[in-house]
Write a protein that binds this ligand. Sequence first.
Ligand SMILES: [Zn+2]
Length: 117
Amino acid sequence: MTAGAPDCLFCKMATGEIPIEPLIENDHIFAIRDISPRAPVHVLVIPKQHVADARDLNRAHGPLLAELFTAAAQVARTEGVADDGYRLTFNVGEAAGMTIPHLHLHLLGGRRLGVEG
Ligand SMILES: [Zn+2]
């Protein structure tokens, strides 16, 4: 695994420097609840590898993205929102409300979600 970016909150969680209680974790990803949930279920699925945001993705990240989406589907099942439906979102940059510059996939569900934006 690549070393984390200095002073990156999610990298510190990935390396264990900041302890977490992940919903799921494997060698590539971990999932935690958002500390400011905007829906009854609001989980972040986070790659352990530091990628600043979706603008930095390329074809080589394909397997990592598959890990993120597979983990999200697993979380949706365990959180009980898989059948009713849920939203997966990547915010990109400040204008989208991205507050931690380390790629993360939002999973939102547990209520009817409005239109995007
Ligand atoms: Zn990071």
